[in-house]
Ligand binder design. Structure first.
Ligand SMILES: CC(C)(COP(=O)(O)OP(=O)(O)OC[C@H]1O[C@@H](n2cnc3c(N)ncnc32)[C@H](O)[C@@H]1OP(=O)(O)O)[C@@H](O)C(=O)NCCC(=O)NCCS
Length: 244
């Protein structure tokens, strides 16, 4: 594929994904995330040609210009769109497949512990919200979505949505995933939750045992569904701007 065809493909992918982009000229002139990817293609070429220092210098110049710090050793696929650009960091052994979208502040970093392949692998079609941190040699499966501000420390299966610190799955293959077991909450509060739930169970047993609801959290989920339906109904009357 010629250089100009690749540039045209990149610009078209931004027009498809960003409702705020109005023309090819605007994308060419006003999207530093794209410039960062283009600089990376040159610095990666230098890196592979064993011109390590010039490659690093070029990537640092690109960082100065765009606010995106991509190590020249990182492998980037086609049609990567980095929206708003500032503060994105992509480490040396990161692999980003095709059609990935990420926002400002995303880090594909190491945990500071490993050597060798120590940065994430992001598969095709993944969406990464702003300021998400993906740390370590983990894999984010195809078409998954990472919520803004999440900290992802484990592999994410394909077609999933993960949110939170540390991140947990909230959707998988279009189905809502509800956490019903405190062992699945891997944050500092989970031990307290586990102890609490064991205590409640013990007290229930002592008091003769109160029957548990057939579907844990069913009432909460029904309430959320009703709320979402109401929001959907209101959206028919209120039209908000499409741009993000
Ligand atoms: C992750 C994301 C894609 C999920 O969107 P979605 O599929 O519509 O999911 P929902 O809004 O139904 O959220 C599902 C649950 O996750 C929670 N959630 C969603 N995003 C979250 C986030 N970033 N952090 C923590 N929790 C989040 C919701 O509160 C909801 O929980 P609840 O049902 O217990 O109330 C979206 O929330 C997101 O973070 N997008 C990033 C946008 C972005 O970076 N914009 C930058 C513009 S400059």
């Amino acid at each position: 594929m010629s250089l100009f065809a690749r540039i045209r493909e990149d610009i078209n992918s931004v027009l498809e994904r960003d409702p705020a982009a109005r023309s090819r000229l605007e994308v060419l002139l006003c999207y530093p995330g794209l410039w960062a990817v283009w600089f990376h293609r040159v610095s990666h070429y230098l890196w592979r040609a064993k011109l390590r220092l010039p490659a690093r210098m070029l990537s640092q110049f690109a960082r100065f210009l765009t606010g995106v710090d991509i190590h020249p050793g990182a492998l980037l696929g086609r049609r990567l769109f980095i929206d708003h650009a500032t503060g994105v960091v992509i480490g040396e052994t990161a692999i980003v497949a095709s059609d990935v979208t990420m926002y400002q502040g995303v880090t594909l970093g190491g945990t500071g512990k490993g050597h060798g392949k120590r940065h994430p692998t992001v598969c095709d079609g993944v969406f990464i919200g702003n300021n998400a941190n993906l740390l370590g040699n983990i894999t984010i499966g195809e078409n998954s979505r990472v919520g803004a501000g999440s900290v992802v420390l484990d592999d994410v299966p394909p077609n999933s949505t993960v949110v939170g610190v540390p991140a947990h799955i909230v959707y998988h293959n279009g189905e809502r995933v509800l956490i019903t077991d405190p062992h699945d909450v891997k944050d500092p509060l989970s031990d307290a939750l586990i102890a609490l739930s064991a205590r409640v169970e013990e007290l229930e047993k002592r008091s003769g045992g109160k029957p548990r609801p057939a579907e844990p959290f069913a009432a909460e989920e029904a309430e959320r569904s009703a709320y979402r339906r109401e929001l959907e109904r209101l959206r028919q009357y209120v039209t908000m701007g499409e741009g993000i």
